[in-house]
Ligand binder design. Structure first.
Ligand SMILES: [Zn+2]
Length: 459
């Protein structure tokens, strides 16, 4: 067998995001196969064999690849609509359009979402997909194929909805599945696509949409299914005051108590938003190690409120960052969420050090790996972990005079990505994808957006 090939990256700053937040002002990283072999201060050791590439990364900061923990790829083709609505009104405005999606639209939207994130330093993506209109094709297969082709590590949170307008929910009747159909479709997706190995590129989670679009039975049986199959669980929780009111009216308790009563708190669960949490809700998440996907831009866009991330971190709740669907965060970028998380949480806490630059970087890397259940594999740069890492260019006008590289990355303008590696394979060079044609994707997504708008308008 041929000896594994090595890639050496040198002369860069490194933020490892390991348990001690180890940083090197000038250091090296050695990749062998799909793993990080070694890293440290100064130049790489002399005498390494099978070095196929040596990158002089002068002027760069190397960090773990960013991990996105909440998204809805299909929304890429419904961006810029209902721009001045709160969550409920926005959902009511958009569901009739979303209910018309089909496989070509979903494939194209997934490519757009993935491309935008990958070129901005995301190495692990996730898609919470929950709209499966009857006869719309193999939507899960299309999404998973798009991620595989682009070379991005990926979790599909296989979503579902079974509470439509006739049952007091928000989605139109024809946009939801039956309880049995949702559970069977989810189980089939797990069996067909979930890979539980150490360096898996595709994983599946069980992910009913949200309390106001699913039945209590779907939550309970979804939790049982996930635990029987040994996969993670994801949903939306405590996003708005309206949701809190809805839960009190229908179930006689707040969202966190409702989730706990249906088996939805635990170390195998992560939940998007968690904006409206009181002290006892945060304590319940900390006690059960339930994870949170913090989505600051989406929460601002929909005027949902500010999640108490500093309090969650202080209590020991695992927290990652999420773009959320691009119908509520048109930029679709995760690296700018580091900055937004830091700024919004300082506003929310009325405290100047509520979140610092290192904590923001940790949320976007190791925190994300934790909530996706992959902290042993990704999220920090350490020997033996997978080679998912990003070279941020910080020596141009935008960043060169900022005192410290991590501060430059988080506080400064969106930093250019010179190179991004996933599983040891380079997928981005000088801000452009190596694994897909961005211009072709842009054209296709525009065509699919127009086709969806025409179909939704009944033309
Ligand atoms: Zn969402």
């Amino acid at each position: 067998m041929a000896a594994a090939q090595r890639i050496v990256i040198e002369n860069c700053s490194i933020a490892t995001v390991d348990a001690s937040d180890t940083e090197y002002a000038s250091g090296h990283v050695v990749i062998v196969g799909n793993r990080i072999e070694s890293l440290g201060a100064g130049r790489a050791p002399e005498g390494l064999e099978n070095v196929v590439r040596r990158i002089d990364a002068t002027g760069h900061l190397v960090t773990p690849g960013l991990v996105n923990t909440h998204h809805h790829f299909y929304q890429w083709i419904t961006r810029g609509l209902a721009t001045d609505h709160n969550l409920f009104n926005w959902l009511v405005a958009l569901y009739p359009t979303w209910a018309r999606i089909d496989e070509p639209m979903v494939r194209s939207a997934a490519q757009g979402s993935l491309a935008m994130m990958a070129r901005g330093g995301v190495t692990t993506a996730m898609d919470h997909h929950y709209v499966y209109p009857q006869g719309s094709g193999d939507l899960s297969g299309a999404i998973i194929g798009a991620a595989r082709d682009m070379g991005v590590r990926f979790t599909l949170a296989r979503g579902s909805m079974d509470r439509s307008e006739k049952d007091g929910g928000l989605p139109p009747d024809f946009a939801v599945e039956t309880l049995e159909g949702a559970l069977a479709g989810t189980e089939e997706t797990v069996k067909q696509h979930h890979d539980s190995s150490f360096d898996a590129m595709t994983q599946i989670a069980v992910a009913p949409c949200s309390p106001f679009s699913i039945s209590t039975e779907l939550l309970k049986q979804g939790a049982e299914l996930a635990r029987r199959l040994g996969v993670r669980m994801h949903t939306h929780g405590s996003e708005t005051v309206e949701e809190e009111k809805f839960c009190h009216e229908l179930f006689g308790m707040g969202p966190t108590d409702y989730f706990e009563s249906t088996g939805w708190l635990g170390e195998d669960v992560w939940m998007a938003h968690c904006v409206h949490m009181n002290d006892s809700d945060i304590a319940a998440f900390a006690r059960t190690k339930t994870g949170v996907a913090h989505c600051p831009s989406s929460n601002a866009r929909l005027a949902a409120g500010i999640a108490r991330v500093p309090d969650m971190l202080a209590a020991g709740v695992p927290v990652g960052l999420g773009v959320d669907g691009t119908a509520s965060n048109e930029s679709g970028e995760l690296h700018t969420e580091l900055r937004n998380a830091l700024l919004i949480n300082r506003l929310g806490a009325h405290r100047e050090a509520a979140l610092n630059a290192r904590q923001a970087l940790r949320l976007g890397t190791f925190g994300g790996a934790q909530v996706l259940g992959r902290a042993a594999e990704i999220g920090s740069l350490e020997p033996g972990k997978l080679a998912d890492l990003v070279l941020w260019k910080l020596d141009t006008l935008a960043h060169a005079s900022i005192a410290d590289p991590v501060t430059a990355l988080v506080f400064g303008a969106a930093a250019p990505v010179t190179a991004s590696f996933v599983n040891g394979r380079q997928i981005v060079e000088d801000g452009r994808l190596l694994t897909a044609d961005e211009d072709a994707i842009a054209r296709a997504t525009r065509e699919q957006a127009q086709r969806l708008a025409r179909i939704a308008a009944g033309q």
